[in-house]
Design a protein around this ligand. Structure first.
Ligand code: HEC
Length: 248
């Protein structure tokens, strides 16, 4: 059939276009019926190392969204050589499985933050948030001096419950807690217990001393706890090279 016949006959054009689109669709959809999971298994000694945020980190994440940090920072290292050299191992699907909504982003006015956890000290973060130019003179990042205000966390239980409703494994009953002990180990399971959320938040803020002041629990405590957790849940040295490639 001549190409001109197709282009000048609406009937043929519709039918053939639909066939082409269907083939494209089937090629994408059919494989999904044959793979068990689209998320990598990340277990060390039989325990899942990727776990939901602690109550304090979760409040930090709320502040991250409130302040619009995602407008300048992505949290998604793509599997390209230059990104891997600069930021570390490419981001795994498993690493944002408990993020609702995820913070991948697409705008990088500042660097990607997917693995910023552990890169700087808490003091550095505090100074950098209050006035970025104190530590990076040429920085164009805005100052956030109000983050040293007290943190509101009276609704923390409801926040965890809301996430639980979307499938994030925070525990409320004894059975759910036991299942978490099995899955994540006891220390993590304790942190994910909704019944102790408020005390856990206070303890982590005081022990971690993220803002250099043990008496007050500030928004900086929460935000820095969150930043320090980013990208730290998978210890890549525990996996053989190429292990994660098979999930791609
Ligand atoms: C207007 C764009 C912009 C916004 C909004 C912004 N940043 Fe930045 N950020 C930058 C730039 C540019 C840099 C690089 C210079 C520097 O280190 O200050 C940076 C650097 C950083 C770094 C250091 C990253 C590294 O690997 O060196 C962290 C951490 C960070 N920002 C956190 C935040 C947080 C948290 C927020 C929200 C409270 C935020 N940023 C909001 C632009 C922004």
């Amino acid at each position: 059939m001549k190409h001109e016949t197709i282009e000048t006959n609406v009937g043929w054009l519709i039918i053939l276009t639909m066939i082409v689109i269907s083939i494209g669709g089937l090629v994408e959809i059919i494989p999904l019926y044959f793979i068990k999971d689209t998320i990598e298994t990340v277990k060390v000694d039989g325990k899942d190392t990727v776990h939901p945020y602690t109550p304090l980190e979760l409040r930090g994440r709320d502040i991250y969204m409130r302040e619009g940090c995602y407008l300048c920072h992505s949290q998604m290292i793509r599997p390209f050589r230059d990104e891997n050299i600069r930021y570390g191992h490419y981001s795994l699907a498993a690493e944002s499985r408990y993020d609702h909504p995820f913070q991948w982003g697409s705008k990088r006015t500042g660097p990607d933050l997917a693995r910023v956890g552990g890169k700087y000290s808490n003091e550095w973060h505090l100074q950098h948030l209050v006035n970025p130019r104190d530590v990076v003179p040429e920085s164009i990042m805005p100052s956030y001096p109000w983050l040293t205000e007290p943190l509101k966390f009276n609704a923390i239980n409801d926040r965890l419950k809301a996430l639980k409703a979307t499938g994030v494994p925070y525990s409320q009953t004894q059975e759910e807690y036991q299942a978490n002990v099995e899955r994540f180990g006891k220390p993590t399971a304790d942190m994910l217990d909704i019944n102790n959320a408020e005390q856990n938040l206070i303890d982590q803020a005081q022990d971690g001393n993220y803002d250099g002041n043990r008496n007050d629990i500030t928004e900086a405590d929460a935000l820095i706890a969150y930043l320090q957790s980013l990208g730290t849940m998978v210890d890549f040295s525990k996996f053989e090279e190429g292990y994660f490639a098979k999930f791609r």
